[in-house]
Design a binder for this molecule. Structure first.
Ligand SMILES: NC(=O)c1ccc[n+]([C@@H]2O[C@H](COP(=O)([O-])OP(=O)(O)OC[C@H]3O[C@@H](n4cnc5c(N)ncnc54)[C@H](OP(=O)(O)O)[C@@H]3O)[C@@H](O)[C@H]2O)c1
Length: 256
């Protein structure tokens, strides 16, 4: 496989690091030249990297192509590139969906929408794929947990949850800052909270068959401090508003 990248930003870099960590058998990775810093970093770290002179050279030299630019850049540049009919195109671009993309990159037709996340560099995290395809799923199953969706609607709904990352860290940050303001050493508070969240996440993973309501009930005591915090946060409508925000993001993703 010759894997080409148009766009070598944050997520492309994580995917490439993940590919080498997973020891996937590839002949070459061809990078578009725009982000000089990331290209140099990757070239220095891994042998099988080629930095192309242009985006078109990436397409000419690869059989699998990953589109990892922002939607704005994608709409500007892709129409000027010549794709091959038999290119396998992996579309990472959040708000350019496959039907629109297929029109832009004709005659390439084998287009898959893929949502990797930065943890892919450790071969961790969920990866959404649409439509289902054995070869694409096989490739990404080495890099994380694959969620292949049956239709585009399902794909867009799951994609909403990829917006959760920074908010998740902000919850962590709020707790971490609270501890720091109470003069707890930063490293200790970060470690404590990381292990707390890791343990809780483990509970979720080993109890997939249990209802969320049961888990929430099991992790609080009548008149205890878990009950108190949950009630207090609910009274502030935090979860209602989070739900509203998911809806807003879903509308944005659907619109395109
Ligand atoms: N980050 C995530 O967790 C994540 C997850 C799933 C999907 N995505 C999607 O993946 C795409 C990239 O996201 P990102 O976070 O990696 O963004 P990013 O770091 O901004 O990467 C975009 C890259 O595109 C490069 N670029 C700009 N103009 C270009 C051109 N004309 N030709 C080739 N490359 C060009 C930029 O180079 P310069 O920096 O030199 O301008 C930049 O390195 C987005 O559509 C995003 O929605 C991201």
């Amino acid at each position: 496989m010759k894997l080409g990248f148009i766009g070598v930003g944050k997520i492309a870099t994580s995917v490439i690091e993940g590919v080498f960590k997973a020891k996937i058998n590839i002949r070459e990775i061809i990078l578009s030249p725009k982000n000089n810093k990331n290209c140099k970093y990757l070239k220095k770290k891994f042998k099988k990297i080629l930095i192309a002179k242009s985006n078109q050279e990436v397409l000419n030299k690869s059989n699998w192509v990953i589109l990892s630019v922002t939607p704005k850049v994608g709409r500007q540049i892709l129409k000027n590139l010549k794709f091959k009919k038999n290119h396998i195109v992996l579309n990472f671009i959040s708000t350019i969906h496959n039907p629109e993309l297929k029109k832009i990159i004709f005659p390439a037709k084998k287009v898959f929408k893929v949502a990797p996340l930065p943890m892919i560099k450790y071969n961790l995290g969920p990866i959404i794929i649409y439509p289902k395809n054995k070869n694409v799923e096989k490739f990404f199953s080495k890099l994380g947990e694959v969620f292949s969706t049956n239709n585009e609607k399902e794909n867009k709904k799951l994609w909403v949850m990829t917006s959760f990352m920074a908010t998740y860290f902000e919850i962590f940050n709020t707790a971490s800052k609270w501890l720091r303001n109470k003069n707890i050493d930063t490293m200790i508070s970060k470690k404590y909270l990381s292990h707390l969240f890791k343990g809780l996440n483990h509970e979720l993973l080993v109890n997939l068959k249990l209802s969320n309501d049961k888990l929430i009930k099991d992790f609080q005591t009548k008149d205890g401090i878990n009950e108190e915090l949950l009630l207090s946060v609910k009274r502030l409508s935090v979860f209602k508003n989070l739900n509203k925000s998911f809806e807003k993001i879903y509308r944005r993703i659907k619109k395109n």
